[in-house]
Write a protein that binds this ligand. Sequence first.
Ligand code: ATP
Length: 503
Amino acid sequence: QDDQFKKVVSHAKEYGYVFQSSEIYDGLSAVYDYAQNGVELKKNIRDYWWKAMVQMHENIVGLDAAIFMHPTTWKASGHVDAFNDPLIDNKDSKKRYRADVLIEDYVGKLDAKIEKEVAKAAKRFGESFDKEQFLATNPRVVGYKEKGDAILQRMGKSLENEDLADVKLLIEELEIGCPLSGSKNWTDVKQFNLMFGTKLGASADTAMDLYLRPETAQGIFVNFLNVQKTGRMKIPFGIAQTGKAFRNEIVARQFIFRMREFEQMEMQFFVRPGTQKEWYEQWKETRLKWHLSLGMGADNYRFHDHEKLAHYADAAADIEFRFPFGFKELEGIHSRTDFDLSSHEKFSGKKLQYFDPELNERYVPYVVETSIGLDRMFLAVFSHSLQEEELENGTTRTVLKLPSVLAPTKAAILPLVKKDGLPEVARKIVEDLKWDFSVTYDEKDAVGRRYRRQDAAGTPFCITVDHETLNDDTVTIRHRDSMEQQRVKISELKEIIKEEVDV
Ligand code: ATP
């Protein structure tokens, strides 16, 4: 697992996807830059989300709110008082950890044991293996599961009641050691606010304290009535937004999984009070379908329904993805009640209500939110796509099997040799295709090496111009995943590529 993850990080750098920020100054921890291919992949994921959420829904519109917001926003949202992580220091290593993450990692190890038992039994029983029954009846598995559930439940209760002494006790009882040194010498657990502060204004005495937004959602809430009125939106309707968010994360490891500056793609869906449960279920299903549409395998996703709910929620679930380091949250779906709008009403003194013409009644709408990290989605796609294949001739090839719709470059056009007029024909194909797709031209090295380079960069098609092309206007088109080659007319290229990369 660790090995696979290291490969993901180094491949992302080597092929121009993700660089450490400010690398020449030895980098800045948990901050990353997207390079020439990364920026395209990221944009394609964002567009894929936007198309599914905004373009395909008549009743969902977009918004691009500012990162800076009036400071009272964060009092109303609860972030000033409640956006805290429980932290614990290890006295020997002097390293700081999130107490809940230490405990969750412990439970993750129990889950890994369960998976191991399942794999073992599946092998032993072959076709007749019934996973559901095994999970429900095998004493060892049931034991791990019950222990894990009990730990999470106790942690949830303690955090909810701000009983930080019990969180520490739990870490001690489980004999959890510091991940680096194994030392079990812990301090007390303390709360730490995750928002970054900054100042607006030049002079020290009049400057206003601001926060960099820790989520994009509040920009939507404060604009709710403006959008509803000017867009003449009728409930139920949604507002979608993508943009940067900032959190002073403590456990900022695992590459772009947890960053201090990251991008969110959020949609707030405003509904009639009392209907939130149905919409919540519907959005859970719709969002899972969106993920599955990328073809990365249904068994790599699972729901995790929350028992411990945030102060604003009456139901919440994560869509978890199988990252190289295990199943982790990729997206959250939250039924947020009228918490946010009501709270903004209180703090601003302005009414944020909707007149429902069907009920002939005024109310503060309830909200169901879908919230996904763009960078985390990038990591899911990238790490799942990176594969090493044994070929028939005994060699291995590294291939980045990105879903074609997301690939940064759709096709590479390669003249077989750098002479005899082949480059000119290849250039002409580039000129023709670039109106519809992002394509690239490559004439360096033997064609086999160029294929491998494009495989590793994730390009779904290679189009090769050879001497035959000069006679009959045909080229070979090679498919990244199957490595199959077809002879086709130049005039057919657009349709063939379109078929695969269009949604
Ligand atoms: P986590 O428990 O992993 O910290 P969260 O529950 O705090 O996440 P939300 O506040 O629900 O996350 O944010 C919604 C989504 O934003 C998450 O599902 C995740 O994809 C993304 N996200 C949150 N924090 C980060 C971060 N520090 N870096 C990258 N993505 C993040």
